[in-house]
Design a binder for this molecule. Structure first.
Ligand SMILES: O=C(O)[C@H](O)COP(=O)(O)O
Length: 320
């Protein structure tokens, strides 16, 4: 059982723990007829989301490592976070501060490989992902995958292999949406505590299996978010894809509960700050939390493994 205390998932790890990485086989995901990206473990039937051929930089880092990076980011501050309103599945945008947080998050992950991006269907998570990627040193272009209809898929095709190589598929999934806060959505958090009592509101906000009135409990949110992670995202990690997920406080709490194997008691004290990236290394079927990467300007203390350090070194050598 992972140990956890009531803290924000922020922190960095010395690069002293350098592991010897065995060879890594890059096996991309496959696009099904529905245009959804599925991945299976059988290598032969897999086609990369953009039929991407990994570039020299990406290939090299993967060849030397049996690990991939998983980055989790809670969206930057939203207009209703600023007003201290329960948001849930109401689709509100970022504040100016939230935009700045997203850009800063991008600076902190600018040297970490990203091959695929998953966001929720909500604009605050999608804005955060796109803004963060403006800072990435690899300068690949994140492109939202459209499969809401056959025409949407057909009209969003890219007809240049070279352009595809420089692209990152962005998959928006409602399953990663924030927990639905029911009749609390739009209410002020302080007024709600005054009306129902601090304890009752804390129970609605942080317990595992107690839903707000006509809303989702964290457990109900996990049933869709963690299921999606296991069915759609984990196969991509197994196939050698470095993945970034931009989502929400509670949908990410439910995923971290799975990654860190937290109990329903331990998850109560788990809080996520807006716009702070968290890095996991997925290696030999296990998730290793590596803390929150610091900006490239701060030397020495990184959540970097040998493989990630090699990727960063390739960027230093290859890019202006
Ligand atoms: O939905 C919301 O209001 C926020 O994203 C998270 O709210 P919480 O911190 O009360 O869970």
């Amino acid at each position: 059982m992972a140990t956890t205390t009531s803290h924000h998932l922020v922190g960095t790890i010395q690069t002293s723990e350098i592991n010897k990485m065995s060879a890594f086989h890059n096996r991309p995901g496959r696009i099904s007829k529905s245009g959804l990206i599925h991945a299976s473990t059988s290598q032969s039937s897999l086609v990369d989301p953009f039929q991407l051929q990994s570039t020299k930089i990406d290939n090299d880092s993967r060849k030397k490592s049996n690990e991939v990076a998983l980055i989790l980011i809670r969206h930057g501050e939203s207009l209703w976070n600023e007003k201290n309103l329960f948001t849930g599945c109401v689709d509100v945008p970022l504040t100016e501060k939230g935009v700045e947080e997203a850009i800063e998050a991008g600076r902190r992950i600018s040297n970490i490989p990203v091959d695929m991006i998953y966001t929720s269907a909500l604009i605050r998570a999608q804005m955060t992902a796109m803004l963060a990627m403006t800072q990435h040193r690899r300068k690949k272009v994140p492109i939202v995958m459209h499969d809401e209809s056959e025409r949407a898929k057909a009209w969003s095709q890219i007809y240049s292999a070279e352009t595809k190589k420089q692209s990152i598929p962005v998959i928006a999934a409602w399953q990663l949406n924030e927990r639905m806060y029911g009749e609390l959505q739009g209410l002020n958090k302080k007024e709600t505590a005054d009306r129902f009592g601090q304890e009752q509101v804390h129970e609605w906000r942080r317990s595992y299996d107690i839903p707000p009135p006509n809303g989702e409990s964290l457990e109900m949110c996990a049933e869709r978010a963690v299921a999606y992670f296991k069915e759609q995202i984990e196969p991509q990690l197994l196939n050698g894809k470095n993945v970034m997920i931009s989502a929400h406080g509670n949908s990410l709490r439910s995923i971290i509960m799975y990654l860190d194997r937290l109990t329903s008691q331990e998850v109560i004290s788990l809080e996520l700050s807006t716009g702070i990236p968290m890095l996991y290394i997925f290696k030999e079927g296990k998730f290793i939390r590596r803390g929150s990467p610091v900006g490239p300007s701060e030397a020495g203390v990184y959540a970097y493994t040998r493989s990630l350090a090699l990727y960063r070194q390739k960027l230093d050598e290859t890019l202006p």
